[in-house]
Design a protein around this ligand. Structure first.
Ligand SMILES: Cc1ncc(COP(=O)(O)O)c(C=O)c1O
Length: 345
């Protein structure tokens, strides 16, 4: 069988043996009645990690983001967000459908938002423009290549927007934590609400968590029900989530080392991309290429599977299923790779 290295996403990870044991042994109950002790333990554990009053276990990262918008904004409000954020570009227009909000989208090609751009949108409220309810940020920022925020920039942003809410899409928050040494609590402190995904690099099969002030999380619980995300004996999933938080965070560093090695290889293989591998700080290699889709297809045929995340933008993601040996394999594929794509440039 042909060798295949799956770099499409860190969502392809499988639950570990320890997770499978925890799932089998989990004590569960009907969470609709507040009777699942494993879910309760997971929610408390995450709330403690991000130093928030309460948290809520939800089926997916998208639902965590969507619930956050529903509790932080009213229909017609403006949400300031980066153009490339998951909430804006990868949730199938869910914010419009679920919350009837509109986005003021800002440039986020480097992964962060410029404070001046944010303040300009807020300032426009004084000129008959709609109310800005919240700002959302993504940490790490996927599209730019898994870029972590500098926590000081988050603090400055939070204080500049005053009473308005700040939502932190931390689908890969723990990648940012291990890359920067900033704790999850420090990252979460400037934010009103923070979410993380258990089912990406942390390898749990299903589930995300949303955290924030207790009163907001009570409302979030109602919104979860409205969106059909209230689950019953989901402690089986929460059990894997607890193992994820307890055992899988530190090892994300290995993914980061391998991603950087891949970044160097891709930068050399595709000089036309002008990709700077030092921008790869976590587990995502992402670069522009005039024929990214074609390139990704050609590499997949050789056993290196990646994806595209925007027109002319390729992405390759490391995770627990990618070994040093796999990096060597990618190196050997790239060294002999003459892209047909390039012939048309
Ligand atoms: C930054 C970011 N936010 C949210 C999500 C949504 O997570 P899920 O796929 O669990 O709905 C993703 C998923 O890839 C993501 O990358």
């Amino acid at each position: 069988m042909t060798r295949r290295v799956d770099l499409r996403s860190d969502t392809v990870t499988q639950p570990t043996a320890e997770m499978r044991e925890a799932i089998a042994a989990a004590v569960v109950g009907d969470d609709g009645y507040g009777e699942d002790p494993t879910i309760e333990a997971l929610e408390q554990r995450f709330a403690a990690l991000v130093d928030k009053e309460a948290s809520l276990f939800v089926p997916s990262g998208v639902m965590a983001n969507q619930i956050a918008l529903r509790v932080l904004a009213q229909p017609g409000d403006v949400i300031i967000a980066g153009r490339g954020q998951h909430l804006v570009s990868f949730e199938m227009g869910a914010a419009a459908r679920n919350s009837s909000v509109q986005f003021a989208t800002l440039d986020d090609t480097t992964g962060t938002l410029a404070l001046a751009d944010v303040l300009e949108v807020i300032d426009a409220e004084g000129d008959h423009q709609p109310h800005v309810a919240a700002v959302t940020v993504e940490n790490t920022h996927m599209l730019s290549g898994g870029t972590p925020w500098d926590v000081e920039d988050l603090r400055v942003l939070a204080s500049a927007i005053g009473e308005r809410s700040l939502h932190l899409d931390g689908a890969r928050l723990f990648n940012a934590v291990v890359a920067t040494g900033t704790s999850a609590a420090e990252y979460a402190r400037p934010a009103t609400t923070v979410m993380t995904c258990l089912s990406k690099g942390l390898c749990a099969p299903v589930g995300s968590l949303l955290a924030g002030p207790a009163a907001l999380m009570e409302r979030a619980r109602v919104e979860r029900k409205r969106l059909g995300g209230a689950m019953r004996q989901a402690g089986f999933l929460a059990a894997a989530g607890l193992v994820a938080l307890d055992t899988m965070i530190e090892r994300l560093k290995d993914d980061h080392v391998r991603a950087r090695q891949l970044a160097e290889l891709f930068a050399v293989a595709f000089p036309e991309s002008h990709y700077d591998p030092s921008t790869c700080q976590t587990n995502i290699v992402s670069f522009n290429h005039p024929q990214a889709r074609q390139l990704v297809e050609e590499l997949a045929q050789l056993g290196v599977e990646g994806g595209t995340v925007a027109p002319r933008r390729a992405r390759f993601v490391t995770h627990i299923g990618v070994s040093d040996d796999d990096v060597d394999f990618v190196a050997s594929v790239l060294s002999g790779f003459v892209p047909k794509a390039r012939a048309d440039l």
